[in-house]
Design a protein around this ligand. Sequence first.
Ligand SMILES: [Zn+2]
Length: 325
Amino acid sequence: MNLIEVTEKFPDELTATKFFEKARWKETKKCAYCGSDSVSSRKSDYRFTCFNCNKSFSVTVNTMLHRTRIPLRTWLIAFSLVTDAKKGISAKQLERNLDVSYKTAWRMGMKMRKLMREPAGKLDDVVEMDETYVGGKPRRGGLSTLTKAEKAYYDRTVERLDKRFDISEGKEKKKWIPAHLVKRGRGTRKVPVVGIVERDGNVVAKVMEKLTHDNLKAMVQKNVEEEDAVLITDKYSGYNRLSRIIDHIKVDHEKMYSYRGINTNTIESFWAIIKRGIIGQYHKVSLRYLPEYITEFVFKYNNRNDDDMFKTLVLNSMQTQRARA
Ligand SMILES: [Zn+2]
């Protein structure tokens, strides 16, 4: 639902509240504490009283929006904005469009990403697995493949330039650091994100601190129908022994990108979406919150054929916390 539709359909807090109530209870309101359907009619403050346990409750009690102080109509507008923004939406933009403080906008963004956490189901058929690095994929081997002569040349160059520019990495200036470990910007470093996608299906992706065989294998076992699926990866050695648990094809990217359908194009295009979003909207993504941003792109990818992501978010927001735990 786009912004105009939302503001027309929900002109005030009452219409917005009724929409959430319908998402939570369908036709029969039930007490949020004891489940009794013997409840009072609406009070002026949008609360109900239970005739069974005497407690009072609103539609958000014990849901993912428990104790929110933001009007529910504002939440609906936020849901519309965030699901319409293919590349994501920054807290700054939410702040402007919702007329809330930056801090509130930021928190709402994070809450909405939480609502986007959904199980992808087991991936099947042709699945592609790959890793990327936020901030760019390092050239494998990087500086370690330098010849002695090249290394000597770079050593000399660094020492020469050192007198004029601070290009060193502090105390580590004498050490050769693989390209992917070089710090860029203040307190930032590149972190691997691993993804598996089923062609014409869902994607799963997660931040993986260490790309070990065990971690990669566990991710396949958790998310892929090992018995039936065929897995395509590139030649990265971390994937080497996966053929023990699944039918595994490796693409040698030094020789070809695609040959008769053997390629990793689908997962590559997912990385392209993530990068456009993270570079375009979330360029100051802290590593601490990277998993949440990834959740958002996974959600949008997996719901790409569903034209009512808005409704999905409303339903997810009304799940009780116990059901989601
Ligand atoms: Zn009750």
